[in-house]
Design a protein around this ligand. Structure first.
Ligand code: FAD
Ligand code: SF4
Length: 556
């Protein structure tokens, strides 16, 4: 606590010494910190585990630890959301987006780094609230590459845990294809085109039934009506988000969930306990609170866990591995919008991702949809250009617009963008690594090995053009990709990877942090190679495995 007090003081002092009215600011900061110092009560309750974040890793940990008899507290910075709380379309930014500084407490967050733009989820249930429900298993190469290579027979060891993950998440094969899938099938040629396995309840559309998954112990559910709104939040109670499975069951085993609070610090006390410091979300000057615990699970997702670990390494947990922040992967992705003026095509109908095309040994393509009316992205896309050099790219982009003005006018003036647009998500399992590094004020990316991830993946662009040709449409990409060449990803992974020892990883094969007792990392940061497919199932399976290795709480 003293260290945190001094740290706060120094940071504020540096910040305000360069501003005006510095005397006033300094008096304010000293009194603020001093009041905080005296107001903070030494926490009396001792938890066995505090779990930071309630996404895939956090939710699995909460249930499995609570089942083993441990006293568990989950701290989540986002809100609890019920079906009626989600925005109807993504034009309702305050309800859809996460930007607490503006009072927006939605489920969708965007973060911009030097080499990558990242989209992620926030709320009780983490990324499951915003994700597209898709649960593919990575190919063999994932289990035999990266920093965890050769430490265990990963594919074999994880197999039973993938089965548990499928069962818990309610994985079911998508029963119906709609336009966006059928067009993909048309361009599939001899490649394997399949329905996705998804975390959705396909009962009778919109009909509520008592828990269909957990022998009556889970909540009531309703059948999917294929409205395509999965990524703005399912309003029909059909999507199997984590608050409807792992977290729901964990609460029945007495796990506590504290929403709208975020963890700012961890202070080791002695060999046995830690103090976790947290605050109310969206209010920086809110009172710091503390809780005492014997164990910690870092599960804030890569963008929550890694910046926190980087801060702790410079502060209260200096023994953390130097690998913190390294081996960050973007799943080598391209997100390409294909819009058609054809009024007979409805891309918005269906679940968010209903099919997957195995485009090569290392790559996949999935057509992603937003629900009817969710056309926010129309303000953020420009014609797709495959060109690395920015000046040439700009030239080619302008040429496309001026050479076919009427076609582009039709595309940009389409009345219902989501109905006429499929977002093609292309992923590769090929290697490429970034590092997340802490500067004075924030965290940013740095190239660790090889080249920076590129927004211009030729195979992805080729497939998008084939798809567009089929429907007389136009392929487009995010403005930022076009203008700056910085790619976007929904699947940031790594930064606290598994390694043989502290020099090669942040955690061991059981997910225990090197250098600290009873501290774990269980989320996307622990992914130690490039899966090349959507990772939520793998995060769930890896956490299931890690938690299966924790002993039951002893009764003595
Ligand atoms: C639009 C979109 C679609 C996607 N579709 C798919 C898909 O179809 N299939 C798939 O496999 N993956 C998909 N993903 C990716 C998937 O959502 C993530 O890989 C997954 O959620 C990561 O799980 P996690 O356990 O690492 O943490 P997350 O699920 O990201 O959860 C971390 C939680 O921790 C909280 N948190 C962070 N820091 C703190 C802190 N300091 N204190 C308290 N709480 C904190 C966050 O608010 C968040 O709720 C998608 C992502 C997006 C954005
Ligand atoms: S398609 Fe609609 S009803 Fe089905 S899971 Fe997605 S949001 Fe829910």
């Amino acid at each position: 606590m003293v260290v945190s007090y001094i740290y706060n003081f120094i940071v504020f002092y540096i910040l305000f010494i360069i501003g005006k009215n510095k005397e006033l600011f300094i008096i304010f900061i000293i009194s603020y910190n001093t009041i905080n110092f005296f107001l903070m009560k030494s926490p009396s309750t001792i938890y066995d585990y505090v779990i930071i974040g309630s996404g895939f890793g956090g939710s699995v940990s909460a249930l499995r630890l609570a089942e083993k008899g441990y006293k568990v507290l989950v701290i989540e910075k986002g809100k609890w959301k019920k079906a009626q709380d989600f925005s109807k379309t993504n034009w309702n930014l305050p309800k859809w987006m996460w930007l607490p500084a503006l009072g927006w407490h939605g489920i969708f967050k965007m973060t911009f780094f030097r080499h990558l733009s990242v989209i992620s989820g926030v709320g009780v249930g983490g990324g499951s609230l915003v994700y597209a429900n898709t649960l593919p298993k990575p190919k063999k190469v994932f289990f035999n590459t990266g920093s965890w290579k050769g430490l265990l027979e990963w594919e074999k060891d994880l197999l039973p845990h993938y089965q548990t993950a499928y069962k818990m998440l309610g994985a079911t094969e998508n029963p119906k294809f709609f336009d966006a899938d059928l067009i993909l099938k048309e361009i599939s040629q001899n490649k394997v085109f399949e329905p996705t396995k998804v975390a959705v309840f396909f009962g009778e559309p919109e009909k509520t039934v008592s828990d269909p998954f957990f022998d009556g112990k889970g909540p009531d559910r309703a059948g999917c009506n294929f409205c395509g709104q999965c990524m703005t939040g399912c309003p029909h109670n059909a999507k199997n988000t984590l608050d409807k499975n792992y977290l729901y069951l964990a609460q029945q085993k007495n796990a506590e969930i504290l929403a709208e609070h975020f963890v700012t610090d961890v202070i080791p006390q002695d060999d046995e306990t830690y103090i976790v410091e947290y605050r109310k979300t969206g209010k920086y000057f809110s009172k710091k609170k503390q809780v005492r615990t014997k164990g910690i699970i870092f599960a804030g997702g890569v963008l929550g866990t890694v910046p926190l670990l980087l801060k702790l390494k410079k502060g209260n947990m200096p023994n953390l591995s130097d690998m913190v922040g390294k081996d960050v992967r973007s799943n080598n992705e391209a997100l390409i919008f294909v819009t058609t003026p054809d009024k007979n095509i409805d891309m918005s109908k269906g679940i968010a991702i209903g099919s997957i095309l195995n485009t090569s040994k290392h790559s996949h393509l999935e057509p992603v949809r937003y629900g009817n009316g969710s056309g926010f992205w129309r303000i953020g896309v420009l014609p797709l250009v495959t060109e690395k050099f920015w000046l040439k790219r700009l030239g080619k982009l302008l040429w496309q617009l001026v050479s076919e003005p009427l076609q582009w006018l039709k595309i940009y003036s389409i009345s219902n963008f989501s109905k006429h647009t499929a977002v093609l998500l292309y992923m590769e399992s090929l290697e490429g690594k970034l590092q997340l590094k802490k500067n004075l004020f924030n965290v940013n990316t740095k190239i660790q090995d090889g080249k920076a991830p590129s927004a211009f993946i030729p195979n992805a662009h080729k497939l998008a053009r084939e798809y567009a040709k089929k429907i007389n449409g136009k392929p487009m990409s995010f403005v930022l990709e076009n203008l700056s060449g910085i790619p976007s990803t929904a699947h940031i992974l790594g930064g606290a990877v598994i390694g043989k020892d502290k020099n090669l990883g942040v955690i061991d094969t059981n997910h225990q942090v090197f250098g600290y007792k009873n501290v774990y990392v269980c989320d996307g940061s622990a992914i130690s190679a490039n899966p090349g497919v959507n990772p939520a199932l793998t995060i769930t399976a890896m956490t299931e495995r890690a938690m299966s290795l924790v002993e039951k709480k002893s009764k003595i």
